[in-house]
Design a protein around this ligand. Sequence first.
Ligand code: APR
Ligand code: PHB
Length: 407
Amino acid sequence: MISRWCEFGNRDTSLRTQVVIIGAGPAGLLLSRLLSLKGIDNAVLERRSRAHVESRIRAGVLEPGTVELLIAARVADRMRREALTHDGFNLVFDGRYTHVDLKDLAGAPVTVYGQTEITQDLVAACLAANTKLVFEAEAVTPCDFEGATPRVTYAKDGQSHEIACDFIAGCDGFHGVCRASVPPAAITLYERVLPFGWLGMLTETRPVADELIYVRHERGFALCSMRSKTRSRYYVQVPDSDHVEAWPDARFWDELRRRIPGDAAERLITGPSLEKSIAPIRSFVAEPMRFGRLFLAGDAAHIVPPTGAKGLNLAAADAGALAQALASYYGSGEGMALESYSETRLRHVWRAERFSWWFTQMTHRFEGDAFATRLQQAEFDAVSGSRAFRTALAENYIGMFRDKSPS
Ligand code: APR
Ligand code: PHB
């Protein structure tokens, strides 16, 4: 019988729960919600403040499977009211449009709802359910996860704490402590870093179009995205050596206008930036995703280039799979799903890695590589001229292959 919360003493506190979750990003928060709803005790330890976690600007295109998970986590009310449904998106190659009709080709639309909103909804739901959610936890350290009695230590307001648990979920992102705690010999890392980044800008302006526009242009990639009918999110490809300070708003708008097709440029409404940042473009996978009683989920285990918006969806799918596996372990003592978590998730992760890599290769400027440019041209011809090619793109975009074995 696993005890619920108990505190001993008031200086060094010692606690016990079933699952300690490290990191309150979408992976950690969604996992916490799903576990709590299944009656599994858990605690979430987050290094940053609540305000920081709730204000980070990230992507916002949700696969149908992610929407289902948010519904299962009972955090979908605001999403239902505010989200946009996109039946398709546009690809533009040197001014020429190709429409990818997701609903027609793959049978489902995507949902546009920002990760920032999802995080706020999840935090509110966790707090309303009295989940132990500790912000500004310092020196969080996963311990003894190779044995049967793992624990996590941390400090808060000058006090040290220890939580004994059955399992640790490493949901602490790419720079977190969990993956770094695994002995190097036990982990294999696969990585490709590209020599450019995405400069993103958020503005309170009406989007240029009703659907997203992915643009391949000789000056570099651009993306017209949105968070709502009045809030736009735009990106331009920049060298990885660039700094945000070199990009005042006026320069950003000029560059975007030069890359997007003429009709969109005419409709473009500019305004001051609410946020502007540069994200590196990286593909990364850590294998396996389980080390004894430590399970990795989300960016802690894998990163995809943002083209195709798979990062958040993968993190959510990890959380869903881990919650399910833990529920069957606690429900019936059945450990099979936990045993196969890593292998199952990695199969899906690599499909998303492949897709994100392909989509990036097709749409970005690779300096000095004329061969790559000609291949991009052929790739676009294939996509625009062949329903089969567009179907493959659409199926990957809506995440049709999640949790499915290859057939
Ligand atoms: N101790 C506690 N918390 C930590 C630590 C640590 N040592 N290190 C990192 N964290 C926290 C971070 O502050 C962050 O809030 O872990 C959280 C990880 O959240 P994300 O980076 O958002 O990762 P994840 O939940 O896997 O979500 C992935 O976010 O980065 C995007 O594109 C990515 O959309 C994808 C999604
Ligand atoms: C975003 O809106 O931030 C976004 C949309 C689609 C992507 C990547 C990012 O492929």
